[in-house]
Write a protein that binds this ligand. Structure first.
Ligand SMILES: Cc1ncc(COP(=O)(O)O)c(C=O)c1O
Length: 389
């Protein structure tokens, strides 16, 4: 098959996948791979989950797309579910994580104008990742992503993650919003310090700024709670979600709390595909499955089980510093003897799919319905990879 027709934006592995089932993928030669990437935290119910397949089949025969000029039943059902699961007020649907963050930034900018014309500064964190569109990129604290596209969006200021003193020095009355990941995903599975989060929340509340939490990677059950903020004792003003919400079908959403839910008026924002019946019906199924089959309640237990197993490997071999993260958003931090990219390559040769992250870390992102047996298998495969170094 000719791969030259594709724009050269990814360093891809040499495999062409044609089908998947549960935690397994099969390539064009029917070779089997064990998948602990899950489309980078997307396939939360595994590949070709029967409930998702059934939903797509039924909904595609019923109604796939209408314009947002009209209401559709599946969108209303999904908004109701999301608002019940979180403590927020209203939802906007889009198609991806970066789009969700674009809207969050736009809401913060418009919200700021209620107070003064110069209240337009957005604070973001070093090492963060919020997406590839120019707005989201402008609040992504990684030089390598921003540099080729400079100048980035004005009025965006980078802060040190988990550094209260630095945050105080950058915050002033012109801040309209602060965007953060409660667990930095691409940055290397780094958790927010609860005191830092509380400080941001307090400053936002006192100064009429919006706290935006990006749940695109760490939300939809990855940490063992539906939304990431539910692990911490701070409710954001806006939450952005995507990835796992559709379990493999593209959908994103912005949840807005009462503080800012009347900021946008008709005409202020829109999306042709956002919230179409097909995408929303899949997301409804994903939520029903996650919440009604003990999948969500088991995530923390499975994460702890897996972490214990990995800690045994960490003690046994001098290749790792530690395992970061909670639930099923885990990052194996390697020491300086070995590069995470080499570890991921070796794993691929053994048909075990892993993905790297910043801070010389290998991410472990199984589907949320992974079995204990599969976690044992992953531990064995990790040990096989280790033995090759
Ligand atoms: C935390 C976070 N935000 C936003 C994005 C961008 O999402 P998308 O690729 O769906 O635009 C990602 C993607 O990895 C992410 O991890």
């Amino acid at each position: 098959m000719n791969t030259n027709n594709i724009l050269n934006t990814y360093n891809r592995f040499d495999a062409i996948f044609t089908k998947g089932k549960g935690t397994y993928l099969y390539d064009i030669n029917n070779e089997k791979y064990f998948d602990f990437v899950s489309g980078i935290a997307v396939n939360c119910l595994g590949h070709s989950n029967p409930k998702i397949v059934e939903t797509i089949q039924k909904q595609s025969e019923t109604l796939m797309h209408i314009s947002n000029l009209y209401w559709n039943d599946k969108q209303l059902e999904l908004a109701n579910k999301l608002n019940k699961l979180g403590d927020l007020d209203k939802v906007f649907f889009c198609n991806s994580g970066t789009e969700a963050n674009e809207l969050a930034l736009k809401i913060a900018r418009k919200f700021g104008k209620n107070f003064s014309q110069d209240k337009n500064k957005i604070l973001y964190m070093k090492n963060s990742f919020h997406g590839r569109t120019l707005g989201a990129l402008s609040v992504t604290g990684q030089e390598k992503y921003q540099t080729p596209y400079k100048p980035i969006l004005g009025g965006t200021v980078q802060c040190e993650f988990n550094n209260i003193k630095d945050f105080y020095s950058k915050f002033d009355r012109t801040v309209c919003g602060v965007i953060i990941e409660l667990v930095q995903g691409e940055g290397g599975i780094i958790e927010i310090d609860p005191e830092f989060l509380q400080t941001i929340k307090n400053l936002c509340d006192i100064n009429n700024a919006l706290l935006i939490t990006d749940d695109v990677q760490c939300g939809i059950g990855r940490l063992g709670t539906f939304f990431a903020y539910q692990k911490f004792s701070v409710t954001p003003d806006i939450i952005t979600v995507a990835k796992g919400l559709g379990g493999g079908f593209p959908i994103g959403a912005v949840l807005v709390g009462k503080k800012a839910s009347d900021t946008l008026k008709p005409g202020d924002h829109g999306s042709t595909f956002g919230g179409n019946p097909l995408a929303c019906s899949v997301a409804n199924t994903v939520i029903d499955e996650l919440t009604s089959n003990n999948i969500l309640t088991e995530v923390s237990k499975k994460g702890d089980y897996f972490k214990n197993k990995i800690n045994t490997l960490i003690k046994k071999y001098d290749l790792f510093e530690k395992i970061n993260g909670t639930g099923l958003l885990l990052g194996l931090k390697l020491n300086d003897k070995i590069a995470s990219s080499d570890f991921v390559k070796k794993a691929f040769e053994k048909h075990f799919l892993l993905v790297g992250a910043g801070n010389n870390t290998v991410r472990l992102l199984p589907p949320l319905n992974v079995t204990y047996k599969e976690l044992d298998k992953a531990t064995e495969l990790l040990e096989e990879v280790i033995k090759d170094f």
